[in-house]
Design a protein around this ligand. Structure first.
Ligand code: ZN
Length: 350
């Protein structure tokens, strides 16, 4: 009796679900399809990611849906509208194969990004010819500025490195040549909040980093300059990334510095700063952004040959800054905005 009763209840439930399903699935797909506008620098991968759709599952559907609106090699056109695949209608049992195999896009494997991020889809060649030397601050025996958050030790060099790696990956995915000047052979891009403090970073190509500050800065400037000579004639930029502030007590904005003799460095710094101002306006209107561009006498900026920009992302000594930086999505956003600024710099100043 009890059992039979349960059966009837289940049956009612199933019928109810079938009716529901018919009502929802019966709607024309277009009624549920969301349209979005591609931003400058967007590839399919990035656009899907922004809307929380894993490219591995939705890339093919996106291409099918937007066939007529895509550019050459399935690139996106900034400002154009694209339909997002409907998550409810997407078959989830798509065989698990590399995205590139499905789309025809080339992938490159870069172990430096770690297991999860090592395969980089080359989405476009818009940065072809550009060479970047990304110099993440400190490393090796020098952790840089130290902060504490929720009883965790927070070291500048680890957070600067994570943002720098993410930036490197963005640049590579658009066809740039990137040299990581500070290298951690085993960290990769990390999505953890608290990044383990270690001392195994080396200087390009695989040099032990000395503790002495002048020797350390000289070593990395030297690495950049040797590569600069090798890449002579190409569009080249040195980008140094830090998470500390020597000039302000309460620093919650992103600041940009250049050498006083470098007009090109100044131009690049200004484009980056303007990108940040625009991005903050777009994503956090009313927040206000006070990050500036200024000259500063910095060893690595003064002593490296390519036009250089030195960036302070915040300060691990300040709780509000750490709060921001321990969220990996925020580190990714910083890298994305830096990347967009650098694309703009390349297009404007090449
Ligand atoms: Zn620093």
């Amino acid at each position: 009796m009890f059992k039979a009763n349960l059966h009837i209840k289940s049956l009612v439930k199933v019928i109810y679900l079938i009716i529901l399903a018919t009502v929802f699935w019966g709607q024309p797909a277009s009624a549920q399809t969301k349209e979005v506008v591609a931003e400058k620098g967007d590839g399919i991968f990035r656009l899907l990611k922004r809307y929380g759709l894993p490219a591995a599952d939705y890339m093919q559907d996106f291409i099918t849906l937007n066939k007529d609106a895509l550019g050459k090699d399935n690139t996106l056109i900034a400002g154009a509208k694209y339909k997002l695949p409907d998550t409810a209608n997407t078959v989830s049992d798509v065989p698990d194969q590399p995205v590139a195999a499905k789309t025809g896009l080339r992938t490159e494997r870069h172990e430096i990004f770690g297991k999860k991020y090592e395969n980089v889809v080359i989405e476009s060649e818009q940065l072809k010819g550009a060479v970047y030397y990304l110099m993440s601050g400190h490393g090796g025996p020098d952790p840089g500025a130290l902060g504490k958050y929720n009883n965790h030790l927070v070291a500048e060099d680890e957070y600067a490195y994570d943002v720098t790696l993410r930036l490197a990956r963005n640049l590579i995915s658009e066809g740039a040549t990137v040299y990581m000047i500070t290298i951690d052979p085993n960290d990769g891009i990390r999505d953890d909040s608290y990044l383990k403090v270690d001392k195994d970073e080396v200087c390009y190509p695989r040099l032990t980093i000395p503790l002495n500050q002048i020797k350390r800065l000289n070593q990395r400037s030297d690495a950049v300059n040797k590569l600069y000579v090798k890449n002579k004639g190409a569009f080249q930029r040195m980008v140094a990334i830090h998470v500390d502030s020597r000039s302000r007590a309460e620093n919650i904005d992103v600041f940009f510095y250049h050498d006083k003799r470098s007009e090109t460095g100044e131009k690049a710094a200004k484009i980056l700063q303007q990108t940040f101002a625009r991005k903050y306006q777009e994503h956090q209107p009313g927040r206000g952004y006070g990050g500036t561009v200024s000259e500063r006498n910095l060893y690595v900026v003064k002593n490296t040959y390519p036009p250089a920009v030195y960036i302070e992302l915040g300060n691990v000594n300040h709780q509000r800054d750490i709060q921001r930086l321990i969220i990996s999505a925020n580190r990714q956003a910083l890298a994305n905005w830096l990347y967009e600024g650098l694309v703009q710099d390349f297009k404007t100043n090449k």
